[in-house]
Design a binder for this molecule. Structure first.
Ligand SMILES: Cc1cc2nc3c(=O)[nH]c(=O)nc-3n(C[C@H](O)[C@H](O)[C@H](O)COP(=O)(O)OP(=O)(O)OC[C@H]3O[C@@H](n4cnc5c(N)ncnc54)[C@H](O)[C@@H]3O)c2cc1C
Length: 473
């Protein structure tokens, strides 16, 4: 007989495990089916391992540049095997944390592949879950009142340039490299491509980026994208925007040659490795969607604002639902779906209030509308831009590159967007996130007292600058 649950979640990534803990804390009898490791992409192939490697890359670069702080460090040596083992230790520590969170809340974890079955003798509606176990336990049948699909996504493949894990890699492979190549071509200049470009360049790899739109970070404000391009170029990264990979000309164990074109001009590029960063594809196959009335569109599961699919007892959250494929969106959507099951009518996630970060050196962080988007939506838009150069703390830190840009509705003083490029901005963005949540007016940000000296002072200055009242700029 199937085991009964209030909620069964397929996938224990960021979205799935967060929803499971939330549901268990609310008293719902909860099970999670996970075919790989708890923590999903974010913990094992995404946010955490990439940031651990980026941290080592940044340390390596900073130690080489330590003379500016009066410290001479000779013989700065990169031991990439140790960099990788530190990253593995970080991931393992957090993996243990996720497992213990789920154990503490008495969530049943089934290791294996979960599939949704159609109506059966157990249930008149789609939703019984079959679990094909991969932990030597017997396969299982689970009968939940609610189902949550949280199966995430995987790297998108490039037709004709399929990743083989050796010379042609996805981000999954690049995070597990045993040694660094002398050179790398990164196909795709979005967030993941830019993070790898920054990391590889700091590790001393010769980096080329090919991006098929007219600029890096196409989702970001133009000013941020432009500065990022300038900064990477200053570090010796070769960047081809409006560039396309036409085909693979040649590859052997040590190198790959690609036929590329930019502005109609074909040319060849050769490097030790190619890294594909061209987006993510939702995991909608082999989970039994065909046994249900659930709709999919453009490769993602269609839901309403609360995450309900067309089968209203089946929810989908996180990357499998498309949209902003970010860990913090996945976890919020998971929490909201549980709230919806409890009939609490949560506010849908508003993409204009979700922070977006690139953990390169320097970083980018933003929230809300870009200047261009705001000008298309509102009649009277005011903009300010304040450089970190104006701040004592930035000068002290030796990190004056970058700026903060505010986009404000001139008609009512509403903050419409905040866009930042600079050291530490991925931490600063949370102030803008809170400001937007509580609908703070620009003048309220100007009145907020920020500690001195701190990078956060730039918020007050940027808010004042909207009214041409900035003190330090
Ligand atoms: C290199 C890289 C860097 C990133 N950096 C960031 C970052 O800095 N910040 C950020 O917010 N986001 C980042 N992301 C994105 C982030 O990792 C994802 O948005 C997030 O992991 C999505 O969570 P999820 O729960 O939807 O899916 P996932 O984390 O992908 O989890 C899905 C889980 O479902 C399991 N699963 C799939 N099918 C089945 C099945 N049939 N049965 C059982 N289990 C199944 C999978 O094994 C997996 O564990 C990054 C991604 C990459 C690739």
């Amino acid at each position: 007989m199937p085991k009964e649950y209030d909620l069964v979640i397929i996938g224990a990534g960021t979205g799935g495990y967060t929803a499971a803990v939330k549901a268990a804390k609310e008293g719902l009898k909860t099970a999670v089916v996970e075919k790989d490791r708890e923590g999903g992409t974010c913990l094992h192939q995404g946010c955490i391992p990439s940031k651990a490697l980026l941290k080592s890359a940044e340390m390596y670069r900073e130690m080489q540049e330590s003379a500016q702080y009066g410290i001479s460090a000779s013989d700065v040596t990169l031991q990439f095997d140790k960099v990788q083992s530190r990253k593995d230790t970080v991931v393992e520590q957090l993996h243990r944390g996720v497992k213990s969170l789920m154990n503490k809340d008495s969530i049943d974890i089934y290791k294996g592949t979960g599939r949704i079955l159609g109506p059966s003798i157990f249930s008149p509606r789609a939703g019984t879950i079959s679990v094909e176990r991969n932990d030597e336990q017997e396969n299982a049948m689970l009968l939940p009142k609610h189902v949550m699909i949280a199966t995430g996504s995987r790297p998108r493949q490039f037709p004709g340039l399929e990743a083989d894990g050796t010379t042609i890699m996805t981000s999954d492979h690049a995070l597990e490299l045993n040694e660094l190549p002398a050179s790398i071509i990164i196909v795709g200049g979005g967030v993941i491509g830019v993070e790898f470009a920054s990391m590889m360049s700091d590790f001393g790899v010769e980096v080329t980026v090919i991006e098929n739109t007219s600029r890096l970070l196409p989702q970001e404000d133009q000013d941020v994208a432009k500065e990022m391009e300038k900064s990477l170029k200053n570090r010796g990264v070769h960047i081809y925007t409006a560039g396309n990979v036409l085909e693979k000309k040649y590859s052997d164990e040590d190198s790959v040659t690609l036929q590329v074109e930019q502005n109609g001009q074909p040319f060849e590029l050769t490097a030790g490795k190619v890294l594909l960063c061209i987006g993510r594809q939702a995991n909608i196959e082999d989970i039994g969607i065909e046994n249900t009335d659930i709709e999919t569109e453009n490769g993602v599961v269609v839901t309403d604002g609360a995450g309900r699919t067309k089968e209203t007892h089946i929810y989908a959250i996180g990357d499998v639902r498309g949209g902003m494929q970010l860990a913090h969106t996945a976890s919020r959507e998971g929490i909201n779906a549980v709230e919806d099951m409890l009939m609490r009518m949560p506010e849908p996630v508003d993409p204009a209030r979700v922070p977006r970060c690139t953990y390169s050196r320097p970083e980018t962080a933003s929230i809300g509308w870009t200047q261009e988007q705001a000008e298309n939506r509102y009649e009277y838009v005011k903009v300010s831009r304040v450089p970190f150069q104006a701040l004592g703390r930035a000068v002290v830190q030796g990190k004056t590159e970058g700026f903060v840009k505010f986009v404000v509705n001139g008609a009512n003083d509403d903050l419409l967007g905040v866009h930042m490029f600079g050291d530490g901005v991925t931490e600063l963005i949370s102030e803008a996130s809170l400001a937007m949540l509580v609908d703070a007016a620009n003048t309220e940000l100007a009145e907020t007292i920020h500690p001195h000296p701190s990078l956060s002072e730039i918020f007050g200055e940027a808010a004042l600058a909207v009214e041409n009242r900035a003190i330090h700029f």
